[in-house]
Design a protein around this ligand. Sequence first.
Ligand SMILES: C[S@@+](CC[C@H](N)C(=O)[O-])C[C@H]1O[C@@H](n2cnc3c(N)ncnc32)[C@H](O)[C@@H]1O
Length: 202
Amino acid sequence: MSWLLAALYDPMMKAAEDACLAAWRAELLAPLSGAVLEIGAGTGANLARYPKTITRLVLAEPDRAMRRRLAARAVGRAREVIGAAAENLPFADGAFDFVVSTLVLCSVRDPAAALAEMRRVLKPGGRLVFIEHVAATDNVGRLRWQKLLEPIWKPLMGNCHLTRRTAEAIRTAGFALDEVKRESLRKTIPIARPSVRGTAVR
Ligand SMILES: C[S@@+](CC[C@H](N)C(=O)[O-])C[C@H]1O[C@@H](n2cnc3c(N)ncnc32)[C@H](O)[C@@H]1O
């Protein structure tokens, strides 16, 4: 099924990109510089938004069908595309100034292990930049629907969980949260709308 999800991903996300996601990506990625690692880079939705101040950009994507689209989009640019999963990153401690995760921590097999790895490869003072959809903690009715539909949604959508509390997981992993915004990811299915975005310091 992963080839189908990879093929449908960009058309499926278009309305949300146009409504808010593209602007959120642009705003969060504009200040980046130095060495940057993006985990779960998917089809490369962030690629066009990385500024020229970046000296090294590594795009990690474990899914082969997604990675094929990512590599095609990144072709001709000075970018490294690798197949690593976030839980096992093939880099030395402190190798990066920034790690980027957009709509990925909902899908990773083990969020705590992924966050520990992301923290390990960041320099002290380095930043995790994130946009994630999360549990509807302030809307009991929507949270109930998320819990009800998650067992069906997960296998159809590449292990995407609807009820993760990702900001809290980032803090538990030892990051200091900074500039966090919670907002509706407009023009997506209502169960995937609650979102959190911002930066967290190692
Ligand atoms: C919803 S897509 C998001 C793609 C892209 N980051 C974006 O912002 O559009 C989720 C991505 O996470 C990837 N993924 C799933 N499990 C992962 C893991 N353990 N480590 C890294 N990436 C993972 C999937 O292959 C997929 O490309």
